[in-house]
Design a protein around this ligand. Structure first.
Ligand code: PRP
Length: 188
């Protein structure tokens, strides 16, 4: 359909980081991980749901032996003010004395990764590091730094490549900035 109104309307999602840049950065991140974990066996722990696209691409560039087990965790409360976390799936693989890397799509207030880190640390892994595709340091509410970061970004509402707005847009091949009033001060 083509008419003046549709032509003039701003696109709902503007490209923030292209598919090509994501691919290149993931190869770089994998290079860092391959250097740091060469010859070691690692348990990768992606956080559902947002991290699934990222980990699916990242894992195929890793050269060291990996095990994979997801944790399901989701914030609840309003979209803009996270009030708490609910764990929807626990780890099934034992991580005691093993090397563990938690994988997430975005580090925002820090509440999710802080809580997951505390939970996994109690299981006494040999090492525990975090890899996030996106970091929004300006939004941090609890102190937490990731060990591996794909892109550090300003406070835009980001969707695509696994990230959602009301469960939509996860399938976009790129990372986009959502053009809507609801994006102001939002978490992702
Ligand atoms: C999102 C995202 C991160 C978390 C980051 O998950 O995937 O896990 O929020 O936010 P934080 O740093 O403020 O804790 P969400 O709870 O929206 O669930 P989802 O992964 O299913 O989208």
């Amino acid at each position: 359909m083509s008419n003046t109104a549709t032509r003039r309307r701003r696109p709902e999602v503007e490209t923030l980081i292209s598919e090509r840049r994501i691919k290149r950065r993931i190869e770089e991140l994998a290079g860092l991980l391959n250097r740091d974990y060469a010859g070691r066996e690692v348990v990768l722990v992606p956080l559902l749901n947002g991290a699934i696209v990222f980990v699916a691409d990242l894992i195929r560039h890793l050269d060291f032996p990996v095990f994979l087990d997801c944790i399901g965790v989701s914030s609840y409360g309003s979209r803009t003010v996270p009030e708490g976390l609910v764990f929807t799936k626990e780890l099934r693989i034992g991580i005691r004395k093993r090397e563990v890397i938690v994988i997430d799509d975005i580090l925002d207030t820090g509440r999710t990764l802080k809580a997951v880190h505390r939970r996994l640390q109690a299981l006494k892994p040999a090492s525990l590091r975090t890899c996030t595709l996106l970091d929004k340091p300006s939004r941090r509410q609890v102190p937490f730094e990731a060990d591996y970061i794909g892109f550090t970004i300003p406070d835009h509402f980001v969707v695509g490549y696994g990230l959602d707005f009301d469960e939509r847009y996860r399938n976009l091949r790129y990372l986009g900035r959502l053009n809507t009033e609801t994006s102001t001060g939002s978490k992702a």
